[in-house]
Write a protein that binds this ligand. Structure first.
Ligand code: FE2
Length: 299
């Protein structure tokens, strides 16, 4: 399908809200197959480790810098250094109980795919699992290893149809006949005690040329989860040499709660994105928002 554009700060960027039907994919059949596959994905314990450090920093503000120094190795390995144990020993009983109650809230997989077009034919290669790193100046740049999608998913005809459709959209915009896709399956869980954060890192880019962010496969007992897109980050430099004022600025240019079967294809080189927290709807004890996303890199 043809990819449209969104206008921001006087320039156009590739952007398209689509539904599975417009890609020639039967939405009901697709979601009926994919929805249960999210329930068995591994939990993301990187999120838990990040929340551990942030919680300790909130409880022990004088040790914020020391705790930040512990983050890289703890985030990557999950091994608590001796210094962290000593910080934990300094918590009150209630604080320690709250620390121990921090639970994972995302289940996910990440699968690397090589794509090559030969004329109108498309070759999909399942690449071996690799550490996932985002282009960022913070903890997201640290390598994370996620389980690949199941053979059941990777062997399904609708998965192949989706990958080809995404690759064709990317080719029409980026012009590359070979690319690497990282396909993410992510389920965000919300409970009565804990909201689910689709993007704990906040407003961000994924470090790709373009992304599919994200195809919604399940919305079960949840509110929230709005997709929000922002314009490029512009640094505005005041020409006054005395004041020398510099301001970094971005603007919200799109906001929509995607329904099941809907997705967004968008530029990731200039545009930024975010998704609002997911809250459980009582009387349900828990709810989930499950999505499929793609990072798209030209080769
Ligand atoms: Fe993202």
């Amino acid at each position: 399908m043809a990819v449209s554009v969104i206008r921001a700060q006087g320039r156009d960027y590739p952007f398209q809200v689509f539904d599975l039907g417009s890609l020639g994919i039967p939405a009901d059949e697709f979601t009926a197959f994919f929805r249960p596959t999210f329930y068995t994905l591994q939990w993301d314990y990187y999120d838990v480790r990040l929340r551990h450090i942030r919680f300790l920093q909130k409880c022990l503000p004088a040790d914020t810098k020391a705790l930040e120094c512990l983050l890289p190795s703890y985030y990557e390995t999950g091994i608590r250094p001796a210094l962290m144990e000593s910080f934990l020993a300094g918590l009150s009983r209630d604080q320690r109980r709250e620390f121990d109650a921090i639970a994972p809230f995302r289940q996910r997989s990440a699968t690397n795919l090589g794509i090559s077009f030969f004329g109108s034919d498309c070759l999909i290669e399942i690449l071996r699992p690799r550490h996932y790193c985002q282009s960022a100046c913070d903890y997201r740049a640290m390598p994370r290893l996620f389980q690949a999608a199941s053979p059941e998913v990777l062997g399904h005809s609708l998965f192949k149809t989706l990958v080809v459709a995404v690759a064709q959209m990317a080719r029409s915009v980026l012009g590359c006949a070979a690319m690497e896709l990282v396909m993410h399956q992510i389920s965000v869980i919300a409970t009565g005690q804990q909201v689910g954060l689709p993007v704990p890192e906040g407003i961000h880019q994924d470090g790709a040329r373009a992304i599919v962010s994200a195809i919604v496969c399940d919305l079960e007992n949840v509110t929230g989860g709005e997709s929000v897109v922002f314009s490029p980050y512009l640094i505005i430099v005041n020409s006054d040499p005395v004041v020398g004022f510099v301001k970094a600025e971005t603007q919200e240019i799109f906001r929509q709660r995607l329904g099941v079967g809907q997705g967004i294809f968008m530029d990731d080189l200039h545009l930024w994105h975010y998704a609002t927290p997911v809250k459980c709807v009582p009387p349900a004890a828990s709810g989930r928002r499950s999505i499929i996303g793609f990072d798209i890199h030209c080769r």
